[in-house]
Each structure stands twice: as C-alpha cells, then as structure tokens.
Design a protein around this ligand. Sequence first.
Ligand SMILES: NC(=O)c1ccc[n+]([C@@H]2O[C@H](COP(=O)([O-])OP(=O)(O)OC[C@H]3O[C@@H](n4cnc5c(N)ncnc54)[C@H](O)[C@@H]3O)[C@@H](O)[C@H]2O)c1
Length: 263
Amino acid sequence: MDIEGRVAVVTGGARGIGRGIAAALAKAGADVMIGDRLDDPRIGSEATETVKAVEAAGRRAIAMRCDVTDPADCASLMQSAVEKLGGLHIVVANAGVQSTIPVLELELAEWERVLRVNATGTFLTCKAALPHLVEQELGSIVNMASITGLRGSATMAHYSASKFAVVGFTESLAAEVAPHGVRVNCVCPDGVRSEMTLGLLKQHTGIEDDAKADALWTKVASDRAPLGLSVEPSHIGEAVVYLCQADTLTGVALPVTAGAHVK
Ligand SMILES: NC(=O)c1ccc[n+]([C@@H]2O[C@H](COP(=O)([O-])OP(=O)(O)OC[C@H]3O[C@@H](n4cnc5c(N)ncnc54)[C@H](O)[C@@H]3O)[C@@H](O)[C@H]2O)c1
C-alpha cells in the first residue's frame, strides 16, 4: 500500500508510542485522526503536540476524544476520519494501559481494567473500522501487542494476558478479512521510552527527577538489547509504516526490540 494521501486513525495517539506512530505515518504521507482520552486535560495538551508533529510533516491532523472501551466512541472516531479527513485506510489500535503487580496481590478490578482497555479496546477499535475497510476492499490494521504477548513475564500476568489476546485476535482477524483485501498485523515491542515506562521506572527506583529517569532508561534499555540501542517511539512508527506498506504481510506479530527477544 502506498501511504501517500491515505487517512490513518491512531488510538492512544496523544503521546508516547502513539505520537511516534502518528509522526511516522505523516512523514510517509498520511493524514492522521488521533483518538485519545482528551477529557483528561494533560492528555489533551499532549494531543496538541502530536497534532503539531503531524502538521510539521505537511499533513492534516485532528485529535478527538475517544475511549476505546466505548463502542460508540470508536464508531464516531472512524466516522469522523471519513467525514473530516476524507477516508479511512490505516487503523492503529495502540491505546493501552500497564501496571506491574504479582498475581498474589492482583485485584480482579485491575485485571479487568487492563484486559478491557488492551484487549477489548483493540477488538472495539477494529470492529468499528472493519465495515468501511471491508466495503472498500482495502485497509491495513496494526494492533499494538508487546513482547509479553509472545511470552510471559513476572508481575505482568494481567498485562501479558491482554497482549496474548491481541496477538491471537490479530492472527484470527487476519485470516477472516484477507479475502476482502484487508491486512491485520501487530507489533510486539519490548521496552520503549514513553510516559508509561518512565513512570514505572520512577515507581520502582524512587527517582523523581525526569532527566535522571530518562538517562537511566537509556542505559538500562541499551544494555539490555543485543543491538545496544534504546528503542524509541519513532522506531515503532517505522515498523508500523513498514507493515502498512508490505502488501504480502498479514497475521504477523513483529517483535521490535533491538534484539532483546532473542537474547
Ligand atoms: N512503552 C513500552 O515499553 C511498550 C512496550 C510494549 C507495548 N507497549 C504498548 O504500546 C502502547 C502505547 O504505550 P505507551 O508506552 O506509548 O504508553 P503511554 O501511557 O505513554 O501512552 C498510552 C496512550 O494510550 C491512551 N489511552 C489509555 N487508555 C485509553 C483508552 N481507554 N482510550 C483511549 N486512549 C487510551 C493514553 O491516554 C495515552 O495517550 C500500549 O498499548 C502499550 O501497552 C508499550
């Protein structure tokens, strides 16, 4: 698929990996509709930065309030992309939440919160987009899984379960909609610098200073990866662009880890 002139929807696009994806798609020529929790003022101002990043690449961007756990929000996000940006070709179900808690201490409410946003939110995002993509017999969906969607990790059972669900959903949906010209893939990052991961690093180390946490992240991430690189949101954006362009790829769960998954 040539991305030039296409319209992309990115959920959770206000910050972090979502912003990296929105910027990379814009650089490749797409207009971008960002869906995020804009009712939170902090997320609202973060979303303005993503809009600016897309516009800096010479493309149009709109940020819209969308809670991916609400089917009506997902439907109006897709409808707005069609009405305001003139189409819907690429859908990136990126919105997600994370926490690290051992199963012995994990409350049902936290299990359900994480599964609802990460797994059900991915289903609802895809479900809202599919009628349009299937009807036009063209579309690329990229879901945000994780390396914990391919193997388990201590203190992350709930998160890992939600991401295994994303991988299984992606593979199954890919098989269903391939005859309609719609491809469905997912990305499986390990650690990527973002508000989510820096927040967890601060929580576990007790570091409060942003610059110190950032520097520690760079060291830990590059020491951990065989390629000696810290994976950034822009790298995930490049992987999403590649999956959208690659006409023979569907049902793929692509690790983007600087080699950390084969260590
Ligand atoms: N950062 C990592 O190391 C890493 C690794 C693997 C996978 N991921 C996945 O990548 C995705 C993005 O993570 P990130 O690191 O950028 O996190 P982040 O917290 O920085 O960004 C997540 C975004 O999703 C939005 N969001 C959360 N709940 C939402 C909801 N119900 N509806 C709409 N938007 C919602 C948030 O407002 C935020 O803008 C997530 O799915 C995450 O699980 C991240």
